[in-house]
Write a protein that binds this ligand. Structure first.
Ligand SMILES: [Zn+2]
Length: 134
């Protein structure tokens, strides 16, 4: 195992993941378009609407993942990858290997998680709403 994680390799990995996700997002959109027809049978309609909402939820998750991947690639290109967003310290190689998209060092991540546990999640809900209506 190499001691230092190669940025090129992480970037390649991110691009691969992005392509895979893009394909799945595209195919979901196609499925939605095909299904976006009115059916005479109310039972069919209900089944289709239910499956659409599942697809939409998947799509939202995919979009979220896509955004995160894009951000990681940008950070690599700008030479910011591997630096903590909050304290600016180097994120450990061990942590980056386990989670290449980390933006925070372990200490800051723990603090952030402790904070979000204390606070009600209004921001999170709002973010989700705007994604669904976009
Ligand atoms: Zn930090």
């Amino acid at each position: 195992m190499t001691r230092k994680l190669s940025m090129e390799r992480v970037r390649d990995l991110m691009v691969q993941r992005m392509d895979a996700l893009r394909q799945s997002v595209d195919s979901t959109m196609c499925t939605l378009k095909v299904m976006d027809e009115k059916f005479a049978d109310p039972f069919d309609q209900a089944v289709i609407e239910a499956s659409n909402s599942v697809e939409l939820k998947c799509r939202t998750n995919d979009w979220h993942a896509l955004l995160e991947i894009k951000e990681t690639i940008l950070r690599i290109d700008r030479g910011l990858h591997g630096m903590c967003d909050l304290c600016g310290r180097q994120i450990s190689q061990k942590r980056l290997r386990a989670a290449p998209m980390s933006k925070l060092c372990l200490e800051c991540q723990k603090e952030k998680e402790a904070e979000s546990r204390q606070r009600p999640k209004h921001g999170c809900l709002q973010g989700r709403m705007s994604l669904t209506h976009a």
